[in-house]
Design a protein around this ligand. Structure first.
Ligand code: C2E
Ligand code: CA
Ligand code: CA
Length: 278
């Protein structure tokens, strides 16, 4: 065999330059990944910066392929969505995240909220609410310790049904947060109509918050909007002290980012729950 190089994925890309074949092969692998237990969840803390306490965590999927190594979700989620595989994968994520959260609670850690990413395709399934209920029931996790991260793209079709589903989920006690807020096309009108709890300020606005006045203005506008609509806010992708103090200044209460921790596997996450944030 040829040398695999540092990045196995590059190797694979170079070997199969026919993109159609490449995709078919990838799809074939993706198909088997669930039953071969190649997926794993990593967890990243969400921290209250007023109290410096951890509020919860976001579950982020990783694909550990036996030959290619770790493949990031940015690489395979789009294919999973295209092929419909996102539905069983998404169910696995929900069940695993709920079970893990319950296991931490049973182990005596203070109860935290687990945020799970939901693809629009998954959300639009007619039985999505039932899938969430099953994951909660199976794990024994109380609904208030689950948060679903949806994106603005969800509002592209069947808006009334979307609102209905969100309403049902919230009545059950599940939290809803709008991921990557500001990057999609959702109008302010949607925001008012959507029963959600939290806005997640997209990393792209946070990145240059201290140097780009436009980004700073956008983030401040989101804060003002959230305040008047009584929504919570979390800023993601926070990496530096400068970004952190800017966010503290504008009273953005919650953050997620490398400044506190990268996403880590479950066994490392327990260490983070034991030590207070820096
Ligand atoms: P996302 O939901 O916006 O997740 C945040 C991404 O930013 C994660 O990338 C995380 O590792 C990364 N990140 C966190 N803090 C920082 C930081 O301080 N700096 C920088 N530069 N990056 C940071 P990741 O894990 O590669 O996930 C990428 C995307 O894949 C996610 O974006 C989400 O859209 C999707 N994804 C991940 N897991 C799942 C899943 O279980 N289901 C679905 N449907 N999508 C998922
Ligand atoms: Ca997310
Ligand atoms: Ca995001």
């Amino acid at each position: 065999a040829k040398e695999l190089g540092k990045n196995g994925y590059q190797f694979y890309k170079a070997e199969m330059n026919d993109t159609v074949i490449q995709k078919l092969v990838m799809e074939e692998w993706l198909n088997k990944a669930l039953e071969q237990e190649e997926f794993v969840l990593y967890y990243q803390p969400q921290v209250d910066i007023f109290t410096t306490r951890m509020n919860g965590m976001e579950a982020l999927i990783r694909w550990n392929h036996p030959r290619l190594g770790f493949i990031s979700p940015g690489e395979f989620i789009p294919l999973a969505e295209e092929t419909g595989l996102i539905i069983p994968i998404g169910q696995w994520v929900l069940r695993t995240a709920c079970k893990q959260n319950k296991a931490w609670q049973l182990a005596g850690f203070p109860p935290l909220k687990m945020a799970v990413n939901i693809s629009p395709i998954q959300f639009h399934q007619h039985d999505f609410v039932q899938v969430v209920l099953d994951a909660l029931q199976e794990s024994g996790l109380e609904p208030r310790y689950l948060e679903l991260e949806i994106t603005e793209g969800i509002a592209m079709y069947h808006v009334d049904q979307v609102i209905q589903k969100l309403q049902t989920l919230r009545e059950l006690g599940v939290h809803i947060s709008m991921d990557d807020f500001g990057t999609g096309y959702s109008s302010l009108n949607y925001l008012k109509k959507f029963p959600i709890d939290k806005l997640k300020i997209a990393q792209q606005f946070v990145r240059d918050i201290t140097v780009d006045p436009d980004d700073a203005a956008i983030v401040q506008a989101i804060m003002a909007m959230a305040l008047s609509l009584k929504l919570n806010v979390i800023a993601e992708g926070v990496e530096t002290e400068e970004q952190l103090s800017f966010l503290l200044d504008i009273k953005c209460r919650e953050i997620q980012g490398y400044i506190y921790s990268k996403p880590v596997p479950a066994h490392e996450f327990t260490d983070l729950m034991l030590r207070p944030p820096a």
